[in-house]
Design a protein around this ligand. Structure first.
Ligand code: TYM
Length: 333
């Protein structure tokens, strides 16, 4: 049995190194393995849970597709499509919202973070967003879902929703209960300015993240200004763990170099950060530079990107519409 891989990325602009190392790099590995059937979704319905400019959203959808391809996902092997074009997602989300419990959603830490202090003003969509995410995953009988660490709780909710639906309607194994694929070491890349905050698209300062469209000079500048501490690089991971900014930068280096934290530390023990930062900038320029160039090249060919989405939507529609028909039947419509 082939593994069925599904994951999604919001087209909200500024795709960054956290998205790449936490998720997209793993998508590429999974895409390259013939044992997998992969679907990568541009989740535009999720994007409008916060206000979006329609013209910019449309461009960001294309930019997300360009980023997938520039990173190494092959649209001939994997399905790439945007969520809004397959109506089963919205429909399944409604049906599953009648399965999910208020108490389950109220525990979602990402909603609490995103809604901030004034929860009354957050959109209902922002609150119910994990149900739409469950619909995305369950419509395709996905067995494995590669994500960064911040999506772990949403995946647990998805598993609960699948199990409750199967139990309530006595349809054993109708929804497959998916396994999260979260990397052990580098699944949470932190801000370059604050090692206690996740690297994020919505952070105001651009210096807090490496965008996948950044060029050499921007990378050099951001790494130069990245926060560190005054101590040299330690000799053990244990010591490193108590220094969040240092750990984050060495983690980024290790992930890009495909090394474990332990191995990277051995190379840099006792050295100061200025020396390490030079090496880090170089590997970023080597690995992110070509992706950035390719994204920009692909963005000039809108019809190519639109065609990938069109083809992907047709394939996704075939799978999802068959599943939603079965759901109708089970529910009694
Ligand atoms: P999104 O668009 O916020 O992020 C896309 C992917 O990038 C990962 N990620 C990170 N990983 C490590 N460090 C970081 N600083 C970092 N920031 C983001 C995320 O974990 C994610 O894997 N709800 C999802 C999208 C979604 C989805 C789905 C995912 C919708 N439906 C179905 C999987 C399956 C989201 O908003 O991701």
């Amino acid at each position: 049995m082939k593994k069925k891989i599904f994951s999604g990325v919001q087209p909200t602009g500024n795709l960054h190194l956290g998205n790449y190392l936490g998720a997209i790099k793993n998508f590429v590995t999974l895409n390259n393995d013939d044992e997998n059937d992969c679907i990568f979704c541009v989740v535009d319905l999720h994007a409008i849970t916060v206000s979006q400019d329609p013209t910019i959203l449309r461009e960001n959808i294309r930019e997300t597709v360009a980023t997938f391809i520039a990173s190494g996902i092959d649209p001939k092997k994997s399905i790439i499509f945007n969520q809004s074009q397959v109506s089963a997602h919205s429909e399944a989300a409604w049906i599953l919202s009648c399965i999910a419990r208020m108490g389950w959603l109220s525990r979602m830490t990402q909603f609490k973070e995103k809604a901030g202090k004034d929860k009354e003003k957050a959109s209902v969509g922002l609150y119910s967003y994990p149900i739409l995410m469950a619909a995305d995953i369950l419509l395709y009988d996905s067995t494995h879902v590669p994500v960064g660490n911040d999506q772990k709780q949403h995946l647990e909710l998805c598993r609960d929703i699948a199990q409750k639906f199967n139990n309530d309607y006595r349809v054993d194994n109708f929804f497959k209960v998916p396994e999260p694929l979260i990397q052990k070491e580098f699944s949470r890349i932190m801000s370059l300015k604050d090692g206690s905050k996740k690297m994020s698209k919505s952070e105001l300062s651009d210096l807090s993240r490496i965008n996948l469209t950044d060029e050499k000079d921007q990378i050099l500048n951001k790494i130069k200004k990245a926060k560190t501490d005054s101590l040299p690089i330690p000799s053990t991971v244990k010591e490193l763990n108590s220094r969040p900014e240092a750990r984050n930068l060495i983690g980024i280096y290790s992930s890009l170099a495909n090394l474990t934290l332990e191995n990277s530390i051995q190379d840099f023990t006792g050295k100061n950060f200025s020396e390490f930062k030079e090496k880090l900038s170089q590997i970023l320029i080597d690995k992110i530079g070509p992706i950035s160039k390719e994204i920009k090249r692909l963005l000039k060919d809108k019809s190519y990107l639109d065609k990938i989405l069109d083809d992907g939507c047709k394939k996704a529609e075939n799978i999802a519409s068959a599943k939603i028909k079965e759901i109708h039947d089970i529910v009694g419509f």
